[in-house]
Design a binder for this molecule. Structure first.
Ligand code: FES
Length: 182
């Protein structure tokens, strides 16, 4: 009797995929990750609508100091920080917003010519704020100005007037007698 032949077992399938190939598990994991990212982005966008779209601006009201500190003419003291000129004339004081009524540039004061001139398109204004040249459609705005019990001037840029007689009386103008000035 002849010896039985040795039979080689069939080659087994590899238990690990070759490097660089994707398994079914990898594919599912990627799918779930993408889905989770999609829902997270949707939730974040939804949460954004819950909170109001608020822009925090500096207060429109500021203390401009004692009225007696202002000499006759145009004070630039608050021009850079609040964009306001405090203007003292022989009869009283008012606060004018340094914003051209054409497109919003800041005019310059020329004391020798007694007028404000806008550098952008050439509008000219009088000391009172009236337009005397250029494309500006309306006078400069005056801001509300009141006297605190301490004697300080309080300016409120949130309340404005540009036309007489409104701009020439309280709360847009303080007379010398109201200010206790002579
Ligand atoms: S912005 Fe002042 S003239 Fe145009």
């Amino acid at each position: 009797m002849s010896e039985p032949k040795m039979v080689q077992p069939p080659a087994r399938f590899p238990t690990r995929p070759a490097a660089g190939t994707m398994t079914r598990g990898d594919f599912l994991w990627m799918g779930w990750s993408a889905l989770a990212a999609f829902f997270a982005a949707g939730a974040a966008a939804g949460a954004r609508y819950i909170f109001p779209n608020v822009i925090y601006e500096p207060s429109q009201i500021f203390n401009a100091g004692p009225a007696k500190d202002y000499d006759m003419g145009v004070s630039m003291k608050w021009l850079n920080t609040h964009r306001i000129w405090i203007i003292r004339i022989p009869t009283g004081i008012y606060a004018m917003w340094a914003r051209c009524t054409h497109l919003g540039c800041t005019p310059n004061w020329f004391p020798d010519q007694d007028r404000f001139k806008c550098p952008c398109h050439g509008s000219n204004y009088t000391l009172a704020g009236d337009v005397i040249a250029g494309p500006a459609p309306i006078p400069l705005w005056r801001a509300k100005i009141t006297l605190a019990s301490t004697g300080d001037l309080i300016v409120d840029k949130g309340v404005l007037a540009d036309q007489p007689p409104k701009r020439s009386q309280a709360p847009f103008f303080l007379t010398n007698s109201e200010l206790g000035l002579s």
